[in-house]
Design a protein around this ligand. Structure first.
Ligand SMILES: C[S@@+](CC[C@H](N)C(=O)[O-])C[C@H]1O[C@@H](n2cnc3c(N)ncnc32)[C@H](O)[C@@H]1O
Length: 199
């Protein structure tokens, strides 16, 4: 069953020319909660090979803008208003580099950043939450007030504290498990909508 689901999204991505099956996780989440809209400026953290860049560019259209950031270089995407940056979300200088490439403050920050998986559950969970915190720090620096944030996490002890942290910054917070994400994987996504204005 799990293999069939993986193969289904693999084939669908190939047919629809998405660079990753992950594109469907984003599309399904946006279909449910509408946190990316036509014309939006989107920052995509951990963007390689580029499935989420393609999916968000499809949603924002030619009036929008998408910037993909990753440690690895991303093969050029042949569309207007798409830029990529080689950068590390844990490096404090990355925020400035992102700002320099954006046409204005961003409407949405999405993050699918993942560490290489060690197989040791607690270690992978802790690393994933650390990367999610780094993504949150970037989001609160580059988003406009009322902007949205969508980030990958792994289930585990530290998740509740992270969700509490997201709630301090965003008025509406939900956990989302898209259908395209394997049911038995620890992966899920935290959505924060309506960034609170900093007093
Ligand atoms: C699951 S993949 C992202 C897939 C992507 N959303 C797509 O649809 O094609 C996770 C990415 O996070 C990146 N990554 C891991 N640590 C990072 C870091 N510290 N800074 C930036 N990117 C990082 C990896 O290089 C990898 O490309």
């Amino acid at each position: 069953m799990r293999k069939r689901k993986r193969e289904y999204y693999y084939r669908k991505a190939k047919e629809e020319k998405f660079r990753s099956r992950a594109a469907y996780k984003l599309l399904q989440a946006v279909e449910k909660r509408r946190f990316i809209k036509p014309g939006d400026v989107v920052v995509d953290l951990g963007a390689a090979p580029g499935g989420w860049i393609q999916a968000s560019r499809k949603i924002v259209g030619s009036r929008g803008f998408v910037l993909g950031v990753d440690l690895k270089s991303i093969q050029p995407i042949d569309q207007t208003n798409v830029r990529t940056l080689i950068g590390d979300v844990t490096d404090p200088q990355t925020v400035e580099q992102i700002r320099e490439l954006l046409p204005r403050s961003s409407d949405v920050v999405i993050s699918d950043v993942s560490p290489s998986i060690s197989g040791v559950w607690e270690l992978d969970h802790a690393r994933q939450i650390d990367l999610a915190q780094q993504s949150l720090r970037i989001a609160t620096s580059v988003l406009r007030p009322k902007g949205n944030f969508f980030v990958k996490v792994f289930q585990g002890d530290m998740l509740n504290d992270f969700v509490r942290e997201v709630k301090q910054h965003f008025a509406f917070v939900k956990l989302i498990k898209p259908k395209a994400s394997r049911a038995r994987s620890a992966e899920l996504y935290v959505l924060g909508m309506n960034l609170r204005r900093v007093e």
